[in-house]
Design a protein around this ligand. Sequence first.
Ligand SMILES: Cc1ncc(COP(=O)(O)O)c(C=O)c1O
Length: 391
Amino acid sequence: MSIFDTSVDRRNTGCMKWDGLKRRFGRDDLIPLWVADMDFLSPPAVIEALVERARHGVYGYAVKTDRYTDSIVGWMKARHGIEISPEWIAPAPGVVPALSVIVQAFTEPGDGILIQPPVYHPFKRVIEGWGRTVVENPLVESNGRYEMDFDDLERKAKEAKVMFLCSPHNPVGRVWTRQELERVADICLRHGVLVVSDEIHADIVFAPHRHIPFASLGPECSQNSITCHAPSKTFNLAGLNTAYIWTANESLRAAYEKASHRASMAELNVFGIEAMIAAYQHGAAWLDELLAYLQSSLNEMEDFVRQELPEVRMFRPEGTYMVWLDFRALGMNDEELDRFLRDEARLGLNEGHLFGSQGSGFQRMNIACPRPLLRQALQQLSDALTRRRRA
Ligand SMILES: Cc1ncc(COP(=O)(O)O)c(C=O)c1O
């Protein structure tokens, strides 16, 4: 039995995924496979570090120390083969808050910001929230795989100052190849578009796919990009509000830090710091086990969908623990599909249309839970579909 088979009761911990069901879906008897955190315990080293920090008993303001930056530098080198310097790093309370600071630092009201829908929905919220303009370069699906439309990107880049690159991509699960990233880099450089590479899912990538940090493509790319990253998806620390950005471009970093201070977004969380350092120093083997567990879950799910859910098309993710599911063969509109999954299958999924109009007829399923729960969720879906076929 894997450590990830251990079921942890998260109810009544104030967690969004379980305790937020009623508010989000109107009922709390659903299996929650929505918001992107995991039902797994964090690595033992992280739990120990947090307990030790808690025992200290004084929780005043924190500061960026060498231990903090060294842990990030070490992780990036060991896991992604990229050398970054401690002084390139600036903290953020989350990747979305960092994107919000970036919008304020590098654009003016009305400026265009490129996104590639269907994509993580807060991108649009942040852009429009600050009165900037969303410029869509939709992904295109071909043979069960999403790809970028470079001709369209070439045209749309003329209308944008910044591009939010989701790498790996949530929700379609693509891990962009070097060739794809090089084409993005080339187009953005030629049109003077700053690339903001959201790499929060970079550590959750399944072999043989490999995450390529955008900034590693070459000196021009590292000068024309800001990378956003965090230990939160990887080690299940989202509630500790600990993320960071890094860029080799000194003036970009200075502008980021200025805007971050102005927005009061530069503070660190004393628990988040210790959790991140422990995870980056001692969590690699745990992460390898997690990746193997998720791969097995995906294998099992793929077989189940093929055999039991002929109406559903599954996009097996190359990275991320989210699975993009195509329900269009059911012929339901979005409202009917949402209702069917909630009231008939009793599942709490993320509605595909949240991620842009391109997600209509799709749903996103978070599979980062013990396999028995995933099996139960798939069975509930199968049973609901069987009832529907008979009706
Ligand atoms: C692509 C992407 N960026 C950012 C986030 C959230 O980042 P944070 O919680 O650090 O704001 C998520 C969470 O699902 C995500 O998928």
